[in-house]
Design a protein around this ligand. Sequence first.
Ligand code: 5GP
Length: 201
Amino acid sequence: MIPGLLLVISGPSGVGKGTICARLKTMDPTIHLSISMTTRPPREGEEEGREYFFVSEARFQELLKQGELLEWARVYDFYYGTPKKPVMEMRAAGRDVILEIDVQGGLQVKANCPDSILVFVLPPSFDELASRLQSRGTEGAEAIATRLRWAREELRSFRRYDYAVVNDTLEEAVRKVNAIRVAEKCRPSFHGLAWLDSLEE
Ligand code: 5GP
């Protein structure tokens, strides 16, 4: 069985990562979108086990100590982390796994799983990002200012990623990320086929 691809999608808050991931899942329902743990309280409309697993700080620290997280980071005032087991199981079953996580986490994933692919989603401009965050209406002025400060920091790291995709029009961005996913699975290193290996002996 060829393992699934581990794809990390990062980018500043408001850039459209979530929408891109949801579209990819619609295009290929076998894709597994990882569900993170967070100590952040749920926002209105968020459900336990759908957007996140909402946990206390004590529980988060416990999972971390037990080695249950593939990566983790403190973002804004909260902890976020990726449960390791489902990622490993889905990949082993041949399903592609997408992690929508921040840059600190993305770089940890690359260090832990060197065959993972990191995609950074860029806004067309910083002003466009600011106006998208404002029109989203999910955060107050102070939270938006914090997110924009973080965005500046995150954008500095985009060259450390394998790919960068500008989310100018959504359809185009989805097409590009999907093209990356498909092309990465056509690398010779990805094809651990026994009959091909036997030819080399
Ligand atoms: P939000 O609170 O708006 O849902 O997410 C805030 C930030 O945390 C986003 O940039 C998101 O990508 C990041 N994030 C969500 N889950 C994880 C995770 O499991 N690990 C890391 N490192 N970042 C995460």
